[in-house]
Design a protein around this ligand. Structure first.
Ligand SMILES: Nc1ncnc2c1ncn2[C@@H]1O[C@H](COP(=O)(O)OP(=O)(O)O)[C@@H](O)[C@H]1O
Ligand SMILES: [Mg+2]
Length: 340
């Protein structure tokens, strides 16, 4: 253990050409034992000045040989997806993060480093510490007002990176963003009992993927991946392992399902969807003045229920008893199935 930590400290010392930093704490270990996230502090004014920050985060990824998954899926497919996801995250930070402004804030990328640790390939991603930049609050559920803050983040992020499918791809990211899309979840699809949703899975998937207007979606925009200011006046996002091309409404429905109770979803779904499209229209005006925002809105509005049903398809195969599956999610899914 000491040896491992020592080697990380050595790698960091080499990277910074200095030992003027100190580990403050481990924030958490990564999903299924793929590494850890830790918080560090610079201990000299020189480094603070050089990087413009006082604290930084190290996401240390070291894929295990023995894969042990909390829900029992531990196939090479899911292992490979995970390994690839960390490469995608680095690509996002290297190429796209700096385009994100205060309306869709993300950590500042400091650097990355690959090395061999105990015979295994490892990777470090270094980035600014959002807690120290004014975003120390995490939440497990949100009020409708707070949800709107995340929706505003999504709308600006989506508007920033939108292009039509004839343009070049979002290089280095997933061709299809999100961790649940059908192509990477065939085992889960097979595990589904027969149903209209199972039969329609491919049709729903195609409808989502063939849209003309595509942006970069976050791909895992759940409440746990947002960091808030203490009074919930502003928000930033982390965790870019599943960023890739897609319609923005995939992030929207996943966010809403992740932070509101069934009753709140039922009472506010239409309002929040409308709020997203208002924010998106505004943000497109800001970032893409040459684009007719209405065309995007019209196309994506048609995909909201389908995006919901698509995530439901994943849940049915992956964790049929998941608490996100309820009467409301069934209602939206049925509405989607009736529409195709
Ligand atoms: N740059 C950062 N600044 C502050 N906190 C962060 C930062 N990056 C990650 N975290 C915290 O660590 C948690 C886990 O990081 P994340 O990248 O989401 O890893 P995982 O893939 O395990 O979910 C986040 O939910 C967030 O609370
Ligand atoms: Mg996360």
């Amino acid at each position: 253990m000491d040896l491992m930590n020592n080697s990380i400290e050595n790698v960091l010392a080499e990277f910074f050409k200095s030992t003027d930093f100190k580990k403050i704490e481990i924030i958490q270990s990564l999903w299924s034992g793929y590494g850890e996230i830790a918080r560090y502090r610079f201990t000299s004014p020189e480094l603070i000045q050089k990087f413009g920050i006082r604290q930084f985060i190290v996401k240390h990824v070291s894929p295990p040989r023995q894969v042990c998954h909390p829900r029992g899926w531990s196939t090479s497919v899911s292992h490979q997806r995970k390994v690839d996801s960390y490469k995608v995250e680095v690509n996002f930070y290297k190429t796209f993060a700096e385009q994100c402004d205060a309306q869709c804030r993300v950590p500042t990328f400091i650097g990355e480093h690959r090395f061999i640790e105990n015979g295994n390939p490892c990777q470090l991603i270094l980035m600014s510490d959002l807690d120290d930049q004014g975003f120390p609050i995490r939440a497990t559920n949100l009020t409708v007002q707070q949800t709107k803050l995340c929706i505003r983040w999504l709308a600006h992020f989506h508007a920033k990176f939108i292009n039509s499918s004839t343009d070049h791809k979002h290089d280095g990211l997933w061709t299809i963003g999100s961790y649940w899309h059908l192509a990477t979840r065939l085992e889960e699809w097979q595990a589904m009992p027969s149903s209209k949703l199972k039969e329609s899975a491919s049709k729903i998937d195609k409808a989502l993927n063939k849209c003309k207007y595509k942006t970069i979606i976050h791909g895992d925009a759940k409440v746990a991946n947002f960091c808030f200011t203490p009074n919930y006046s502003d928000v930033a996002a982390v965790d870019f392992q599943y960023v890739g091309s897609g319609t923005g409404v995939k992030d929207l429905i996943y966010l809403i399902g992740s932070c509101l109770s069934e009753t709140e979803c039922k009472n506010n779904f239409t309002l929040l969807v409308n709020d997203y499209f208002d924010c998106l229209t505004h943000a497109l005006g800001l970032y893409q003045p040459m684009l007719d925002a209405n065309l995007v809105v019209i196309e994506w509005q048609e995909l909201v229920d389908l995006a919901w049903a698509d995530f439901e398809r994943f849940l049915v195969g992956w964790a049929p008893d998941h608490k996100k599956r309820n009467q409301f999610s069934q209602m939206i899914t049925n509405r989607a199935l009736a529409s195709i």
